[in-house]
Design a protein around this ligand. Structure first.
Ligand SMILES: [Zn+2]
Length: 238
């Protein structure tokens, strides 16, 4: 029996992906054409995911390198995007031209991460902040020297220079630490083999693409397994 006979996308992949009560679901507010378009667009998004996509949510850490993978402690989450399905914004500068938007699919990809790998990301943050605080603290200390203090501008310049030096030192130290640990842990999301495959077919991160990806960490994943939404029989087989 359908979950909701009044909803055109009830029990579809997007319905299962959202996993909401009908009263809380934004599709309720869409007209049937928009809801159907959303479902078709979502099917395109799903088709852009590799077969082993579900391993990202597995019991083992997706960030561990080498043979031994530690058990999942929590989930690392980052938004990734793809230009498909084609989405267009109307009336660009009133010229009547429809402009293709860069982002067609957006996915809060959630990846199992172990305690050790989570700790490496934490340490990178601590190193950056510690360097910034240490350099700023020393520069404030220098300003307390009476000879410096008499000049009205000098203390500000010293604190500013201390802050900049701390920021740079933090970057250098954290990249040194990252290099030291890069044999144990993937620091960039696209170093993870499943995601590397996804990058090859056009997925990219929305915010940044530096050597260390900025993740949010959560006890719960923000996405579902494909086997949970696409085919019930697959679930029984796995
Ligand atoms: Zn790990």
């Amino acid at each position: 029996m359908a979950k909701n006979n009044e909803c055109g996308v009830s029990d579809s992949v997007i319905c299962k992906w959202l996993g909401k009560e009908c009263k809380d679901c934004f599709i309720n507010e869409l007209n049937s054409d928009d809801a159907e378009k959303m479902l078709n667009d979502f099917k395109v998004t799903i088709s852009l995911l590799p077969k082993n996509f579900d391993t990202l949510l597995g019991d083992e850490c997706g960030f561990c390198k080498g043979e031994h993978k530690f058990k999942r402690h929590t989930y690392a989450i980052v938004d990734i995007a793809h230009s498909e399905p084609e989405s267009k914004k109307g009336m660009f500068f009133g010229m009547g031209k429809r402009v293709r938007q860069k982002i067609g699919s957006l996915l809060p990809v959630s990846i199992s991460i172990c305690k050790r790998c989570r700790g490496q990301f934490k340490k990178l943050d601590i190193i950056k902040w510690a360097a910034l605080l240490a350099f700023t603290g020393v520069s404030v200390g220098v300003c307390l020297i009476p000879a410096v203090n008499v000049n009205p501008v000098l203390p500000y310049a010293i604190v500013l220079a201390g802050g900049i030096a701390g920021y740079i030192a933090g970057k250098i130290l954290s990249s040194w630490y990252m290099n030291k640990k890069s044999e144990e842990t993937c620091f960039n999301v696209f170093d993870i083999p499943v995601l590397a495959k996804m990058r090859d077919i056009g997925w990219f991160t929305v915010q940044d693409d530096g050597p260390v990806t900025h993740f949010l960490f959560s006890r719960k994943p923000l996405m579902k397994k494909l086997s949970d939404i696409c085919d019930e029989s697959k679930k029984a087989g796995d």
